[in-house]
Design a protein around this ligand. Structure first.
Ligand code: M6R
Length: 611
C-alpha cells in the first residue's frame, strides 16, 4: 500500500502535494518523494516520512504548478532514497508514481534490458515507466495512448500518475486494483489515493473504476477505459469528516483492518498461488527449500498474535511436511539456554518486523548456526533484514494496535510455505496438495462471507459486554484460534479472558463455569467435532453461556448453544483463517460498547521495541 497525490492548476503544487501525502501516511511511510515541472523536471525523494522529505526539499527549487508525490510502503526493493518514488524514464522526460504491484515486471525488465535500458532502482515501478516510454518512442502515438497500450500488457495492480517534461499541461492517471480519486476544482485538478488530500480544495470528485484512465490536458478531464472507449465522468460530491475518510469511512482502524481481510489475504496469495496450474511460488525462500526439507526441526519464534499464527503453522507443518516443529515465545527463548544447531530452521514471525524479543531470539539462533527465515509484514524492517531469507505477508500497513489482518496473512504465508515443502518432500499426495491449493484460493471469498455476520455479532456483543470473564475453547487447529480470541478481547476491552484447549477444561478451568461465564467455543465441523460437542454439553450442564462458532449447516450444536455463529466451511487446516473473524468482531464491538479506545488500548504499543 502506498499513497499518491497529484496537482495540476494555478496554485503552487508542492504544498498541496506534501500536505496530501501527510494525510495518506497511514498507507505507508518508509520513503516519500515529489516530481515538479517547471521548465525542468525536479525530483526530490527521501527515505523516511513525509516530514523527512520536506526537511530535505524545503530549500530547493519548489516553484511549480504541476506535480506528483508519493509516500511508499515498500513491496519491491528495500526502503531507501533510490527505490522511493517518483521514478523517471530513461530519457529523463517522464515521471511516474505507482501504488500496486506489477506481477510481470521481471519479464518486462528482461525485454527492456535487451533493448539497452538500464535501471537505477529495484522497483517494478521503474520498469513500468520505462515500458511506457519504450512504447511512446517506438510507436507513432501520443503519451496517453502509449500509457493505454502499456496497460493492456501489464499484469497486476496499479494506481499511477504520470507527468511529462514535453507537456506541462498534461497529467495522466489510471487504476486497477488500487484506489484513485480525481478532484475537480476551478481551473485545477487533483489526484489522490483517497479523498482526504482533496476535500479542502473541492468536494467534486470522480472515483476511477478499474482499468480506467484519466487524461487531464489543457484544463479539461477525459476519462476512457483501456479498450479506448471514452466514458462520461461520474462526478460525485464528497460529504465526509476528514477523520472519517482517513479511516476509509470506518469508525476505527481496527474495524477497517478486519474488513480489509478478503483483500489482504488476496494480496498475500496474489502472484504466489495458482491452483489451476498447481503452482505455488514463494520467491523469497526458493533457495532455502532443500534446507527446510532436510531440517532436523523447525523452531518458530514470535510474540503475541504472531505467536498464535506460529502455533497454527506448527500443526500445518507437522501434518503435511512431517517435520518436528516447536513454537517458542521469543521472550522466553532468548533468556534461556535453548538447544539450537545448524540443522535447525528458525522461522521468525512478526507483523512490525521490529519486536525486540523476536530480534534477540533471531540473533541467539543465528549465533548457534541455525538458518533463519522471516515472515514479516513491514518490508525492509529490522527482522526482515536480520533473517537469511523470508516471505512478506503483503497485508498492507496495520495501524490498529490489535493485530487482525496481519494474523490471517501470516497464516496464509506459512500455509503456502508448508504446502510447498510438503509437495517437494512428497509427504502430501498430489490430490490433497491440489485440493488444498483450491481451498486456500477460496479463502478471501469465505472470509468475506464471515464478515457478513457483523450485525449478528454486534447483537451478541450487547448481551455480553458487561461480563468480567470469558473462556475461549477450541481443539486441534482451532485451539490457537481460541488463544487469539482471548487475547483480542482482553487487550482492547480489558475483560479477563483465557483461551484453552477444550479438552484441558476438565483439568481446571471447568471450576470457573457458572451462569455468569460466557464460553466461546470454536466448534467447526472438523476431525474433533464429536469431542467438542461433548465439551459444550459439559459447559451447559454447569449453566455456562455458550457462544458457538460452527460450520454452516450444523444441526447438532444449535440444539445446545445459547448463540450460534455459522461460518463457511473449509479444510480443517484453513479454518483458523475463517473462525478468527467472528472473534475479531466480537472483541471489537464489546470494546466499543464499553467505551474503550479500540485503536490505542491502554499500556500497549503497536510495535514493542523494548525488552
Ligand atoms: O509486530 P509483531 O507481530 O512482532 O508484534 C507481536 C506482538 O506484540 C503483537 O502481536 C501484539 O500481541 C498485538 N497487540 C496483538 O494484537
Amino acid at each position: 500500500m502506498c499513497g499518491i497525490v497529484g496537482y495540476i492548476g494555478k496554485k503552487e503544487a508542492y504544498p498541496v502535494i506534501v500536505k496530501g501525502l501527510q494525510r495518506l501516511e497511514y498507507r505507508g511511510y518508509d520513503s516519500a518523494g515529489v516530481a515538479l515541472l517547471n521548465g525542468d523536471l525536479n525530483i526530490y525523494k527521501k527515505k523516511g516520512k513525509v516530514v523527512d522529505l520536506h526537511e530535505f526539499a524545503k530549500d530547493k527549487d519548489l516553484s511549480s504548478t504541476v506535480g506528483i508525490g508519493h509516500t511508499r510502503w515498500a513491496t519491491h526493493g528495500e526502503p531507501n532514497d533510490v527505490n522511493a518514488h517518483p521514478h523517471t524514464s530513461q530519457s529523463g522526460k517522464l515521471a511516474m508514481i505507482h501504488n500496486g504491484i506489477i506481477e510481470n515486471y521481471a519479464a518486462l525488465k528482461t525485454d527492456l534490458l535487451k533493448k539497452g535500458y538500464s535501471f537505477q532502482s529495484d522497483t517494478d515501478s521503474e520498469v513500468f515507466i520505462n515500458f511506457i516510454e519504450d512504447i511512446y518512442i517506438n510507436t507513432d502515438v501520443d503519451l496517453a495512448e502509449a500509457v493505454r497500450l502499456a496497460l493492456t500488457k501489464v499484469v497486476g495492480a496499479y494506481a499511477i500518475a504520470i507527468i511529462s517534461l514535453d507537456d506541462p499541461t498534461l497529467m495522466i492517471a489510471a487504476r486497477k486494483g488500487s484506489p484513485l480519486v480525481v478532484g475537480i476544482g476551478k481551473d485545477e485538478f487533483f489526484l489522490a489515493s483517497d479523498a482526504t488530500p482533496i476535500i479542502e480544495y473541492t468536494n467534486e470528485v470522480v472515483y476511477l473504476d478499474d482499468q480506467e484512465i484519466a487524461i487531464i490536458k489543457d484544463n479539461s478531464l477525459t476519462i476512457k477505459n483501456i479498450e479506448d472507449v471514452e466514458l462520461k465522468p461520474y462526478i460525485q460530491t464528497v460529504d465526509m469528516e476528514l477523520e472519517a475518510i482517513e479511516k476509509g469511512g470506518y469508525d476505527h482502524f481496527m474495524l477497517k483492518e478486519i474488513f480489509e481481510q478478503p483483500k489482504s489475504i488476496g494480496d498475500c496469495l496474489r502472484g504466489r498461488l495458482k491452483s489451476n496450474e498447481g503452482k505455488l511460488v514463494l520467491g523469497g525462500i526458493n533457495d532455502y527449500v532443500n534446507k527446510i526439507m532436510n531440517a532436523d526441526r523447525i523452531l518458530i519464534v514470535a510474540c503475541g498474535t504472531s505467536w498464535h499464527a506460529g502455533l497454527v503453522a506448527e500443526y500445518i507443518f507437522e501434518e503435511f511436511c512431517r517435520i518436528p516443529v516447536e513454537v517458542e515465545y521469543a521472550s522466553e527463548f532468548r533468556y534461556r539456554n535453548p538447544v539450537v544447531s545448524e540443522k535447525d530452521v528458525v522461522i521468525a514471525i512478526s507483523q512490525s518486523g521490529e519486536t525486540a524479543d523476536t530480534l534477540a531470539a533471531i540473533s541467539l539462533a543465528k549465533s548457534r548456526g541455525a538458518t533463519i527465515l522471516g515472515v514479516c509484514n513491514v518490508v525492509g524492517s529490522s527482522i526482515a533484514r536480520a533473517t537469511h531469507a523470508g516471505s512478506y505477508t503483503h497485508a498492507g500497513p496495520e495501524i490498529g494496535v490489535a493485530s487482525t489482518k496481519a494474523f490471517t496473512a501470516q497464516i496464509s504465508v506459512l500455509t503456502m510455505m508448508a504446502l510447498m515443502i510438503a509437495q517437494k518432500k512428497g509427504t502430501l499426495s498430489e490430490r490433497d496438495y491440489h485440493n488444498l491449493l483450491v481451498e486456500l484460493e477460496s479463502i478471501p471469498d469465505k472470509v468475506a462471507k464471515a464478515l457478513d455476520l457483523n450485525a449478528q455479532i454486534e447483537y451478541i456483543s450487547e448481551i455480553y459486554k458487561d461480563a468480567t470473564n470469558f473462556l475461549y475453547l477450541g481443539r486441534g487447529y482451532n485451539f490457537p484460534v481460541a488463544l487469539e480470541g482471548a487475547l483480542k478481547l482482553k487487550e482492547i476491552s480489558y475483560i479477563h479472558a483465557e483461551g484453552y484447549p477444550a479438552a484441558e477444561m476438565k483439568h481446571g478451568p471447568i471450576a470457573l463455569i457458572d451462569e455468569n461465564m460466557p464460553v466461546v467455543f470454536i466448534a467447526t465441523h472438523d476431525s474433533s467435532y464429536e469431542k467438542i460437542v461433548s465439551n459444550i454439553q459439559e459447559v451447559k450442564a454447569r449453566k455456562g453461556q455458550v457462544i458457538a462458532i460452527v460450520s454452516e449447516g450444523d444441526t447438532e450444536i444449535p440444539k445446545m448453544a445459547d448463540h450460534v455463529i455459522e461460518v463457511p466451511h473449509t479444510h480443517d487446516a484453513l479454518m483458523p483463517l475463517i473462525a478468527v473473524i467472528p472473534q475479531q468482531l466480537l472483541s471489537y464491538h464489546i470494546a466499543v460498547m464499553r467505551g474503550c479506545n479500540v485503536d490505542q488500548p491502554r499500556n500497549l504499543a503497536k510495535s514493542v521495541t523494548v525488552e
